[in-house]
Design a protein around this ligand. Structure first.
Ligand code: ADP
Length: 501
């Protein structure tokens, strides 16, 4: 439809024609309800554009398209090697459009352009290629049982997969979910977050060059309408979600209607432990990366720094210096910017409200704690990187996920207390341990209740390595070989060679 497009000029001068429809069956279509989402530039609060938002009826159309594609021989019977080749082709196409995709990502989300271009797009392309390589290496096994009988297993796709993604890494989260789902031969209905609907539409416009209609459908929409409709749909076989723990629980409940296969990657309040034998400069550097990257909007952010008593003051002094010298807040399209705006006004206000909470609970504010108003004409959702010290275990800022450039620093006496404090949370996503004692590093790593432990590092993530949480941080794993388990099922075929009972 000719009118479902908008001509845009991005803040970096790039001219982009963006489709604005719902991407169903390789076409952009209007929403049946007329509902729209308006995307806001968090840097100056201006409007970027409006895009179509899916109703429950639109979700039904997208699911039907995905089901038809799943049953179509052009996809179902495509040799796995050819499926992998399509994925490589798609990754190459995204590489060719890397600048445009990174521009839209930065404009809509607020993350620095250098990060969107190098890190996020690198992740997108790398993940798709990694899983393209897996496509023809997914196979079952043969299991002998008696002289007359054996069984073999088939690794088969799950079917129509709904994927609900968040706004902190819109393109990268899409790639984490599309990669393994496609490699295993599923078809997909993906719903981006309403805060960041733009970059994924451009990605969608490239899909018809590679994939048959209905294999990947991308529908923007509100969580309570479109997201809920996906979770509740009787013909969706699987739901994969990344977002808040609260929403993850709701989705889990809704998805029980037809017992959907489910993977969830939810919240965190990840600890970073610094023992008194650690290299404090390195610990401070990684602690900064672990919480202040991506404007602090990372589910694995090491937002609780817990430092051994004897080195507490020294660590705080070094850490504060690193944060103040490295976290340059500014326009995300400027080369020297480390930290852009928070994604939305709601997130900005949420972070500010936790600053008030920290002050009123009696923690010590040692850096930041105020909005940053020196970008452009003073608009935008910028917050100074914030450090609270002397934080106690019963404070809200110690226990709750804030999702901003906001870190608390508490202290521990000995290893036992460090482990106790690290595990004293409902979450279990990331964790970090700084020590020069190799024995202690591995001993503590084994005891921490988390899906990932970084030894003398923080927030490493790699498409070859499994990612996910324990406790209320999620169910299942993404990335690596483990990520394939979420998108395939094992069928056992029993064979009786003897034709006897
Ligand atoms: P946040 O609180 O940071 O906005 P959410 O976890 O609510 O994060 O959102 C993550 C994703 O989940 C988004 O794509 C959003 O639209 C979707 N979502 C929100 N509520 C629901 C719901 N009730 N059912 C399904 N999806 C939802």
């Amino acid at each position: 439809m000719a009118d479902l497009k908008v001509d845009l000029t991005a803040p970096n001068g790039k001219k982009i024609t963006l489709p604005t429809g719902l991407f169903i069956n390789n076409e952009f279509v209007k929403s049946s309800s007329g509902d729209k989402i308006t995307s806001i530039n968090p840097t100056d609060e201006s409007e970027i554009c409006s895009v179509e938002a899916a109703s429950a009826d639109d979700i039904d159309k997208a699911v039907k398209a995905a089901r038809a594609a799943f049953n179509d021989p052009s996809w179902r019977d495509l040799p796995a090697t050819d499926r992998g080749a399509l994925m490589y082709k798609f990754a190459d196409l995204l590489e060719a459009h890397r600048e445009t995709l990174a521009t839209l990502e930065t404009w809509d989300n607020g993350k620095p352009y250098s990060v969107a271009f190098n890190d996020d797009m690198g992740e997108v392309i790398g993940t798709l290629k990694y899983y393209a390589g897996w496509a023809d290496k997914i196979h079952g096994e043969t299991i002998p049982s008696t002289a007359q009988k054996f069984a073999y297993t088939l690794k088969q796709p799950i079917g129509v997969c709904a994927q609900i993604i968040p706004w902190n890494y819109p393109l990268a989260m899409a790639a984490w979910k599309l990669g393994p789902a496609l490699a295993c031969g599923n078809t997909i209905v993906l719903k981006p977050a309403e805060q960041t609907p733009v970059s994924i539409l451009y990605l969608a416009s490239l899909i018809p060059e590679v994939f048959p209609p209905g294999v990947i459908n991308i529908v923007n929409g509100h969580g309570r309408v479109a997201g809920h409709a996906l979770a509740a749909h009787m013909d969706v076989d699987k739901i994969a979600f990344t977002g808040s723990t609260f929403t993850g629980k709701q989705i889990m409940k809704t998805a029980s209607i037809n017992m959907k296969n489910i993977t969830l990657e939810t919240g965190g309040k990840s600890p970073l432990l610094v023992f008194d034998d650690a290299d404090l400069e390195q610990a401070a550097k990684w602690a900064h990366i672990g919480i202040m990257s991506n404007q602090g909007q990372i589910c694995t952010a090491t937002s609780r720094v817990i430092v051994q008593e004897g080195i507490y003051d020294k660590f705080v002094e070094i850490f504060k210096k690193v944060v103040q010298e490295t976290s340059k807040v500014g326009d995300p399209f400027h080369d020297d910017t480390f930290q852009g705006p928070q994604v939305t006004k709601a997130q900005y206000e949420r972070v500010l409200s936790y600053i008030e909470s920290g002050k009123s609970e009696g923690a010590t504010l040692v850096s930041g704690g105020v909005p940053h108003k020196n970008v452009g004409d003073g608009k935008g959702f910028f917050v100074e990187p914030t450090i609270f010290t002397q934080v106690k275990e019963d404070m809200k800022i110690y226990r709750e996920e804030i999702f901003g450039p906001f870190v608390v620093v508490a202290s521990f006496k000995d290893e036992a207390e460090a482990i106790h404090m690290a595990n004293d949370t409902t979450y279990g996503l990331g964790s970090a341990v700084f020590t020069s004692n190799i024995e202690r590093a591995h001993r503590v790593a084994a005891r921490i209740e988390a899906g990932m432990v970084w030894i003398n590092s923080s927030n490493d993530s790699d498409f070859r390595i499994p990612f996910g949480g324990v406790k209320q941080s999620g169910i299942g794993r993404e990335l690596g070989e483990a990520g394939l388990a979420a998108y395939s099922q094992t069928k056992a075929v029993h064979v009786n060679l003897g034709l006897r009972l």
